[in-house]
Design a protein around this ligand. Structure first.
Ligand SMILES: [Fe+2]
Length: 382
């Protein structure tokens, strides 16, 4: 059997300056980030590092075209460590760059996924509280040339270090906080329910879920807005723990069904997960109402402080998952897929594509889903 281990060293700092000093960042290091991040955190320290700014190569989530342009730019450059500072996009790009040989393109990386090796030491500093990608071996690239957004997984992409710095979240806009914390919540739920999780990975998933729910609740109770910043350290840690949970147990149908929404309609990753979360959970409960999903509901109930027999104003007992959907709505209002321009005729195409291209994720489902059931899930979210 596969044992649980944490191969990435996880370091914690209060400020980027403390980290830069400790790590002795210098001319041999390539800092890969957005220009704003560089201006806010790196430039004031006048470090002699090399840089690569992601926005020069395209907007939004990583595509094969964007990563190929970056690989072209870096060909012939000499550098040792890659210091990636950013959210999911920057981290996914950095993972691909770290394992790309001198002549490799994105297609080559997917073709030889089984034998990838690390050419550079990879250090990840997350600036959102969502991806957890700093402790996983997966990079997700929208392969526009193939019309599919899919994950590339390899032990060679596991970062050497994840550096957690609370003040990197300082300038995070509310919408990015909302979608990234929703993403982390979904990681915790999917990895907790995964039949491929283990007792240790579930400890991380459970702690992440509990922390996110409690901190969402406290932030919403005082009116939302910037209130989440009082819990920035907790949200950052929780996203990391959720990463440790899904790094082992995996993500599942919520991510699998969300991917086409990202690749075709460019809905941000965390938000597309939110749009699918409820209908996937409802389908799970319909197919298998008794099982680990009940343990999950007990964790949610405890985090929300719900009493076992608590009822709503109509006298109906409050279902923990329902209460979670409501709380999530206060963080960011979920909307039906049609509001994002998704067309009804897309749904069977998406369902077919999910069944054919997202096996990596679907094997982690709480219950097996047929193409017809995946289509039902899309219809319920529509
Ligand atoms: Fe995710």
């Amino acid at each position: 059997m596969r044992g649980f281990s944490i191969k990435t060293e996880i370091e914690e700092y209060d400020t980027f300056e403390e980290y830069a000093k400790e790590a002795q960042l210098g001319a041999d290091d390539l800092v890969l980030c957005g220009e704003h991040t560089y201006d806010d955190y790196v430039a004031p320290l006048s470090l002699p590092v090399q840089t690569l700014f992601r926005e020069k190569y395209g907007k939004g989530e990583p595509t094969d075209g964007m990563v190929d342009a970056i690989l072209d730019e870096l060909r012939g450059r000499k550098y040792g460590r890659i210091i990636a500072i950013g959210g999911g996009t920057v981290i996914d790009i950095a993972k691909a760059v770290a394992v790309a040989g001198p002549d490799d393109t994105v297609d080559d990386l997917y073709d030889k996924a089984a034998e990838l090796k690390a050419y550079h030491e990879l250090v990840i500093i997350p600036t959102t509280c969502g991806t957890g990608s700093e402790v996983t071996n997966i990079s997700v690239i929208n392969r526009v040339s193939k019309g599919v957004k899919m994950g590339l997984a390899s032990p060679a992409m596991l970062p050497a270090k994840a550096v957690m710095i609370t003040n990197m979240l300082e300038s995070l806009p509310y919408k990015v906080f909302a979608t990234s914390s929703i993403d982390a919540m979904v990681h915790s739920v999917e990895s907790y329910l995964s039949p491929n999780a283990c007792t240790i990975s579930r400890i991380f998933s459970k702690e992440a879920l509990t922390t996110i729910i409690k901190c969402w609740k406290k932030s919403v109770e005082v009116g939302g807005g910037d209130a989440w910043k009082d819990y920035a350290a907790e949200f950052l840690k929780a996203s990391n723990w959720a990463g440790l949970g899904f790094g082992y147990g995996g993500c599942a149908a919520v991510h699998a069904t969300a991917y086409p929404l990202g690749s075709v309609y460019h809905i941000p990753h965390g938000q597309s997960n939110q749009l699918m979360f409820r209908s996937v959970m409802e389908k799970y409960k319909e197919i298998k109402p008794v099982g680990r999903i009940n343990e999950l509901e007990a964790i949610i109930a405890e985090a929300l402080g719900l009493e076992a027999d608590e009822s709503d104003k109509h006298g109906d007992s409050i279902q923990p998952l329902e209460a979670l959907y409501e709380l999530m709505d206060e963080v960011l209002k979920a909307q039906p897929l049609r509001e994002f321009g998704v067309k009804e005729e897309d749904l069977p195409v998406f369902a077919n594509s999910v069944i054919n291209t997202q096996l990596r994720l679907l094997k982690n489902n709480y219950v097996e889903l047929t193409e017809e059931q995946v289509l039902d899930i899309y219809k319920a979210a529509y």
